[in-house]
Design a binder for this molecule. Structure first.
Ligand code: SF4
Length: 146
């Protein structure tokens, strides 16, 4: 019988893909899902490299956009395309574990800021929104909920 599959934010697996190049491995992910086939997921590193400029979820005219911190470039569409492409290629999955607080992967923990970078709330990252939309029956967790 084939193994169940879990999509995991790659940084939780120890991959050096975070914007600051630091490691954020969470050992219990591998322990809890040792019977699963693990599918690493990181939409930012393939697009922008590692290390890279930080990105933020910025509320602009009532809409959450993903904007680079210094260059002020809107990379929302780039990320949406990358995430959608991943979801299309990985449709048969059984679980999703994402990294908290990230503009891409956060699960209700992503800071939403205004144009002056002041936090005005918290929400789902851009990838989390897509996973919720296309995998409605799968429970999504972050590393803090494991
Ligand atoms: S939180 Fe998501 S986008 Fe950020 S480094 Fe980890 S896997 Fe990549």
């Amino acid at each position: 019988m084939s193994k169940k599959k879990v999509v995991v934010s790659a940084c939780l697996l120890g991959e050096i893909c975070r914007y600051d190049g630091k490691i954020k491995k969470v050992d219990k992910v591998l322990k809890l899902y040792k019977e699963y086939e693990i599918i690493p997921f990181c939409p930012e590193a393939p697009l922008f490299g590692t290390p890279r400029e930080r990105i933020n979820m910025v509320k602009i005219d009532g809409e959450n956009r993903i904007i680079t911190d210094i260059g002020n470039i809107d990379v929302t569409k780039l990320l949406e395309d990358e995430i959608y492409s991943f979801i299309e290629k990985n449709q048969n999955i059984d679980a999703i574990v994402l990294k908290s607080k990230s503009p891409s992967c956060g699960l209700g923990t992503t800071p939403i800021v205004d144009k002056n970078r002041q936090i005005i709330g918290y929400g789902d990252g851009i990838a989390t929104k897509f996973f919720k939309k296309y995998h409605k029956t799968i429970e999504i967790k972050d590393e803090m909920l494991l």
